[in-house]
Design a protein around this ligand. Structure first.
Ligand SMILES: C[S@@+](CC[C@H](N)C(=O)[O-])C[C@H]1O[C@@H](n2cnc3c(N)ncnc32)[C@H](O)[C@@H]1O
Length: 256
């Protein structure tokens, strides 16, 4: 899935919501950052997490954002322009131009599931990690993601249009992949959300807008899209609206 300008801008808004903030808080706690460290965020998007990491690693450290989307990198650089300890690489996760064992931690949020050759990306992450360092990943369980609209057929049609993930249930396989690469102390932690209001700045609302745009682009009629939205609105009025998402944070540690 290509994060072009329109998708990138909506994605950055999603990242600013309470759900985006909660995910970053979980990652920052798990990273347990020390001053002077070098930390990469793979698939950094608009750079919200890189900004937070840069504050943690301080002036002697480095917070590095990696993303192949030029739109995302431009936004991330803009956000972090006053932090001299940030750096951005516009490249894919499996071609990061840095030395072996040069990072104290690597993190990634809702990115690996979009990468066809996820094993190549994980190999690259392993190559870059020092001994006694950690990898912290958050990926969504996409089979459990979405709106619970009353018209099941129309509702699933609207979800089909955004199914761009190559590995929709990645967390169910990630432990084994990390184990094969020599990671130790592999742990998982679930971060579930159940949203019952479509307020303007909610994660659900931005996903609704994203799905509407994708549906129109893919040729679903405006009448059907409007009907789906009306059904969600009505469900909200009746107190039967629900949007659910479950993200899994997976942590692995290198100890050779
Ligand atoms: C859903 S967004 C998440 C952005 C950010 N991590 C966040 O949580 O706000 C996924 C990001 O992965 C990036 N991406 C897609 N394919 C990638 C790849 N092969 N290597 C690295 N990043 C990739 C996209 O450009 C996009 O910015």
């Amino acid at each position: 899935m290509k994060f072009d300008k329109d998708i990138s801008l909506i994605q950055q808004k999603m990242s600013e919501t309470s759900i985006g903030i909660a995910r970053r808080q979980n990652i920052l706690k798990e990273l347990n950052i020390e001053g002077g460290q070098t930390i990469i965020d793979v698939g950094c998007g608009g750079g919200q997490l890189v900004e937070a990491i840069s504050l943690g690693v301080g002036v002697n450290g480095k917070a590095i954002g990696v993303d192949p989307s030029e739109t995302q990198i431009v936004s991330a650089k803009d956000r972090c322009q006053s932090f001299e300890n940030t750096e951005f690489l516009c490249c894919y996760a499996d071609e990061i131009d840095m030395d072996d064992a040069s990072c104290d931690s690597i993190t990634s949020t809702q990115t690996l599931e979009y990468i066809e050759d996820v094993d190549a990306a994980l190999n690259e992450i392993r190559r870059l990690l020092k001994n006694h360092s950690r990898f912290v990943n958050i990926s969504t369980l996409w089979d459990y993601f979405g709106f619970h609209g009353p018209d099941k057929e129309l509702n699933s049609l609207m979800h089909e249009v955004v199914k761009g993930q190559k590995h929709p249930m990645l967390p169910t396989k990630l432990n084994g992949k990390l184990e094969k690469l020599g990671f130790k102390n592999i742990r998982t932690h679930e971060i579930p959300f159940f949203i019952t209001k479509r307020d303007e700045n909610s994660f659900a609302k931005f996903h609704e807008v994203n799905m509407v745009n994708a549906a129109i682009k893919k040729g679903i009629s405006e009448d059907q899209v409007d009907l789906w939205r009306k059904q969600l609105h009505q469900a909200e009025q009746e107190g039967s609206f629900a949007f659910t998402t479950i993200a899994i944070m997976t942590t692995g540690y290198i100890n050779q």
